[in-house]
Design a protein. Sequence first.
Length: 684
Amino acid sequence: MTSNAADPASRGPSGLRVPLRALEPGDRNTLFRCSGLDFDEYDSLVAMAYGGTQDDVPWVQLLETLRTRLGANYVTLILRSQGASQPLQVVFAGEARPAIVQPYEAELAAVDPFVNLPRDRMVMLDELIDEAAWQAGVYYRSFHEPLNLRYHMGADIGMESEPSCRLRVSRPPWAERFGERERAICNLLLPHLHAAVQLRASLDIAEVERHCYVGMLDRLSVGVVLLDRNGRILRLNQAASEILGRRDGLSVVGGSLSAALNGESRALRRLIEQAVVAGVRHEPGVVDGMSVSRPSGGAQLGVAVRAVPPTEWSEPSSRPAAMVIIRDPDARLLASDEQLKRLYGLTNAEAGLAIELMSGRTVDEAAQNLGVSRNTARCQVRAIFAKTGVTRQAELLRVLLSGVAPLAWSPAIPFSSRTRRAGSLQHPYQEEMSSMKRFENRVVLVTGAARGQGEVEARLFHAEGARVVIADVLDAEAARLADQLGPNALAVHLDVSDPQQWSAAVDATLARFGRLDVLVNNAGILRWGRIEDMSLEDYTQVIQVNQTGCWLGMKAVLPALKAAGGGAIVNISSAAGIMAIGGASAYTASKFAVRGMSKCAALEFGRYGIRVNSVHPGGIDTPMVQTPDRELNNAYQHQPIARIGTPQEVARLVAFLASDEASYCTGGEFTIDGGMLAGFNATF
């Protein structure tokens, strides 16, 4: 069917014309009969539309189901058009061949053949254009033919000035044209898609607000714990996680809050029970509180408990029923030196000193921590006085602590990629709200996590919102760490050289948390010995743990990462994976292998949205490399950074590579060695 060239229309690329009148979708009963769907099939599609609003990558299942039912090679939902100040946001189901998917993502703005469609009804491309002229044109040959895009139908959804979203469906040249059955199926779903997209937008706004409020409390070092009606922890912020993790006065026992002293623990339970009852009954009342003693002898924790009244439609078993607010008088406010420099015009040194003073230290203690003389610190204090307009240290602290510096925080909203597809790790509609919570709603498995480098990594992931699986052969230490971290941590026994134990660890992770997003292959051992002296048994043991264990881990988690729509794997190699170490042939061989297999995995797993990178630490202050008689920094004086590294520095790199901030990093080898591998200085 072709359109009369004299008809008034909006013109698009290559002569595409959209008439002012379009086919009406018809009444619902007629559409239902034409669609060929039975009630259960229709009900399932509608459930996917609304259920998809809760997924990390929304509507993946719905689009894949539609693609199969419509016999399409692509089904695309455009959530936001590309503009000068914002990237395109898209989720789509399509052919998985990289040669097709990557150009489709890159050229989607050009590939979409529709312009200014009538709202809320499906339109066929062949109803709008002269097909023969279109196929002979440059637009079709340049953008559609290479991607096997021949037949199209689409709809712009929503009656606002801009559509809330756009649905596009395509078939390849060897398929039949779309018919009225396919149009009817889509028309039945359009109002539900519109409602679902609006619902998702509302959820996103609520999530932005939550991140802002939670982030502000974190900056003030105020812990907040939400409890269900049985007193079990539902959610806690970073400050609360850190306070409870110290197990100094308050801790998590069996998923609930517990005080160190039995009497105080009973009193806390009573306050929580009273708050839950008051909230359920909508009774008026006041926030109650108590002080909690700390076995360390530190200042008592301040605890306030208040009811969380139920909303009209909330689910009683899963909603918060009580809120516990925790204040640690010894906690430092999370003001940064950059904020102080901007607010008061301080130098780097002055801002560092100000933060020390805000943390409750004297000038002499601050000078010692900063490695400067007392006279230098006092000169800097006088400069701070002049810039802040005060004359006494007590007044300075009042200005700094009551000012906006502790509150000067804004969530970062990065755009990690221009387009999204079903199966992509990145969130296609809601960006990360705060770098402090990069792993919220994600599950991270760390091997060798009971102590040392792995423990620091697990703690960092947990602090940034992840649910953490602590995998190790050291069961007692792993269980102790999981207990410290609370309900968002799970300890599992794992000998990484045993494939059956890998399967059990992944199964336990999915049973507890329902998904897996990140694997950190951290477990490793070191055996010293020259080749002529080392036994085959020692050599094989190192290879089995460091090399085979890494390979088994990637293989074991692959199905779970694919099911999650993508993910990240970070394999801990070593500087010895780039430069050999004499006397450590087994260790060197295993770490070179980790480096190589990481690149292989990156090539193989990229099609699934899974990134794989290796990290190569130099000397790091962990139990693996420590010996009783060595001084930590003496062996590293030849490096540009003349000291041993810390586990915290490595953990931050690992977290970066596992996060969406590293969305374009895969197959890479990242050294963190103080410049050890940079080379050497010539001597003259």
